[in-house]
Design a protein around this ligand. Sequence first.
Ligand code: KG4
Ligand code: ZN
Length: 338
Amino acid sequence: MANKRLLLIGIETSCDETAAAVVRDGREVRSNVVASQMGLHAIFGGIVPEIASRKHVELLGAVVDEAVKHAGIRFTDLDAIAVTHGPGLIGSLLVGVSAAKAYAYALRIPLVAVNHIEGHVYANELDGAPLRTPAICLVASGGHTDIVHIEAPGVYEIMGWTRDDAAGEAFDKIGRLLGLPHPGGPAIDGCARDGHPSAIDFPRVHFPDSLDFSFSGLKTAAARLWEREGDRHRLADFAASFQQAIVEVLVQHTFAAARQVRAAEVLLAGGVAANSALRQAATAAAATAGVPLRYPHPALCTDNAAMIACAGHHVLGRSGPSGLAFDVFSALPLAAHV
Ligand code: KG4
Ligand code: ZN
């Protein structure tokens, strides 16, 4: 299908953001509306799936209307719809996918199902330039920590993933322990700015002959230390040292993968890619390795629908529409782990 000048609306409801965005030609963001439920879940210290899906039902219609209005278009101008169908919370995904199917049916336009992780990867194209392959993309979010090798457009393999907690999950759990607001990632990032990253020597886990990650040992070590002698450390030092332990491993493994595949560029993606220490460390590693580095604007690192519309544009061009009979998946690997 020729996909030039296509006007796509993306819909994203995989977790706790209700989002819709209009994107032209896969890269020009015409509107990007994100209604965050963060405040709603904050009192529970984490996301409550049943509350998340009910809130999506409440918000999605208005969010889609707003995205169309902000883009300065009418529903009838839309050429296609892209929607996240996994991985994520099943109830939340169902709300977005059911609505997207209804819009596609009513408007008689094609619908394309998008993998959330591929959406995060493509957030890097929203700065205007196409991805250059082979590329390595670190996708680090609340649920995933994947080193994705993009061999060619749409051709992926996973060179490393987490064997236990995701990086964002570790940030969130330790943030909660330190009494910081939910989500812990941005809170620790802010708190760490006044701290010394080498104040506490937290464990770094590497596996022989593997680029996989493990953060549960670090999380337990940090929790035990905080309980035992939290009062002896400055909160900022504790946060900076914990953050440094995660960032170092992420950057080392990502650039090891980039060397292995002789990557034309390295990309960061997912909520954790908004982390200022990660962006700094990756920038330094990229300069040393002599490989270009890209990362999205922080607002496009965390969940949004512009990235889903962008990825949807590519999937539509490659594979055509998905029809109306596809399902949602809580686990949906982008590719096999090599
Ligand atoms: O991609 P995302 O918005 O949702 C998922 O797909 O999971 O990622 C959310 C995760 C949360 O764990 C949050 O704490 C983390 O990204 N995060 C950060 C930062 N901003 C968001 N982690 C570290 N530093 C940040 N600045
Ligand atoms: Zn995400």
